[in-house]
Design a protein around this ligand. Structure first.
Ligand SMILES: [Zn+2]
Length: 459
């Protein structure tokens, strides 16, 4: 099959950047070396460019199936491809929720028909999940399970609902510490991670208030809700051996809680998102409800704590929590009325590279979105590293160019996000997925339906 040589770039191999050529054969990296070549290979000149491993966005919401007005696998993965994200891992709160192998199989088929880049699927762990459901999902190939602490499922249509009010009899009890303690040993035995939205619903209920200002949002979803949930998850992890993957870590207090738990023997891995590393409550005046999300973007001190933990590797994964909504749901003046969540997949790589540059460690920032998620979630070494034997998911980045995040350039169905207007000191020039050019200068050049499900190794 076709061979390809990426010539003359600065190549980010696991040990750090080296001047080398990359030889690709049959969609796989065959060799990384000076002078690597093959007689009939197509040659791409990468002089002056960086050659990076494709990014993995471990936390996206495709909205597909169920909410095509917000997003679908086509628009999601087009945005991903344009930004150098060559693998997305989709959360299970699509419609119906991915809570058994039959729903999983249908979603794989749907995603395979629309995806531009490769993808994996998370399964839902609910209070009523059975051991058979969990085993079936793992056998079918889930990345792991996701538990939305405190968020119930609607019995009539199997939709995960974002409400703290459980009065409606159509709502099934949400997962709580009891169900996680009961199901934890099953998940641990199956050797997959349990990703958790870690905000304690009891705290949220106690502090709930009308959202007249951004200060109200911070008061309604205080950091202590995150810290308490993480402490409880830490105990469950210690007692059951469960690998808990804490998603969208947002606070210094939550970070301290995770650190204590891990010191005591828990197995917690940590994920934060670019918006928590970039922004603080001070940005609300400029951005308005576009930056409303759960958990909220907090103070400059929280941001500094998260940046430091990402720099040291205590936070292993940076993923976007890409969560698009329609303009009608999102672009409203009222913080109370606006939906929570922001798109972000298209600027994951650029935002991390820019943060890495400011921290003086670009290679470390590359790991947040490649090796970090691949090792944490069982995709390594096929994904997450630029080395012989890995899928040829490659991103050519121009370190001398700049990209201003303009909503018009976004390919997601929701173009406005929390990082609107940010300037990144890089540009994504070309993106290859398994050796095939899928995007060039922000435009998708590959067919939808070429993306494939990833293979997951038990962790
Ligand atoms: Zn999410």
């Amino acid at each position: 099959m076709a061979e390809l040589v990426i010539r003359g770039g600065l190549v980010y191999v696991p040990g750090g950047p080296v001047a080398a050529d990359v030889l690709v054969r049959d969609g796989v990296v065959a060799e990384v070396a000076g002078g690597a070549s093959a007689p009939d290979a197509e040659v791409v000149d990468a002089t002056g460019l960086w050659v990076l491993p494709g990014a993995i966005d471990a936390h996206v919401h495709s909205r597909d199936p169920g909410f095509p007005e917000k997003e679908d696998f086509g628009s999601l993965t087009a945005a991903a491809a344009a930004g150098g994200v060559t693998t997305v891992l989709d959360m299970p709160n699509t419609l119906p929720a991915v809570e058994n192998a039959a729903v999983f199989a249908e979603k794989i088929e749907l995603a395979s028909s629309r995806a531009v880049v490769d993808f994996g699927l998370w399964g839902l762990l609910g209070a009523r999940s059975s051991t058979e459901d969990l085993e079936g999902l793992v056998a079918a190939g889930v990345v792991g399970f996701k538990a939305f602490l405190g968020y119930p499922v609607r019995r009539s249509n199997r939709q995960v609902v974002y409400t703290l009010d459980l009065g409606d009899p159509d709502l099934e009890a949400p997962p709580d510490y009891g169900s996680l303690a009961r199901l934890g040993p099953d998940v641990a035995r199956l050797r997959v991670p349990l990703a958790v939205h870690a905000e304690d619903p009891g705290v949220l209920r106690e502090f709930a208030r009308p959202l007249a200002s951004y200060a109200d949002l911070l008061a309604a979803r205080p950091a202590i809700a995150e810290a308490i949930a993480i402490a409880a998850l830490g105990v469950i992890s210690q007692r059951t051996g469960l690998h808990v993957h804490v998603v969208h870590l947002s606070s210094g207090l939550g970070l301290s809680s995770a650190r204590e738990a891990n010191r005591a023997g828990a197995r917690l891995t940590l994920e934060t998102a670019p918006q928590y590393l970039w922004l603080s409550d001070e940005d609300h005046g400029r951005l308005g409800a576009v930056m409303k999300m759960y958990p909220p973007i907090r103070t400059a001190a929280d941001r500094a704590a998260l940046q430091e933990a990402a720099r040291t590797g205590e936070i292993q994964v940076v993923a976007t929590d890409h969560a698009p909504h329609t303009d009608a749901e999102k672009l409203v003046p009222s913080l109370e009325a606006a939906a929570a969540g922001s798109p972000g997949v298209q600027t994951l790589y650029l935002s991390c590279l820019e943060l890495g540059r400011r921290q003086g460690d670009v290679a470390g920032a590359v790991r947040w979105v490649t090796e970090g998620p691949a090792l944490t979630l069982g995709l390594y070494p096929r994904k997450g590293a630029l080395q012989a034997g890995a899928d040829a998911d490659l991103v050519l980045v121009d370190p001398g160019a700049r990209t201003l995040l303009r909503p018009e350039a976004m390919l997601s169905r929701q173009r406005h996000g929390a990082l609107d207007g940010q300037l990144f000191g890089f540009a994504v020039r070309a993106v290859y997925s398994r050796g095939e050019l899928v995007a060039r200068d922000g435009r998708v050049v590959a067919e939808a339906g070429r993306g494939r499900p990833v293979t997951v190794k038990r962790t």
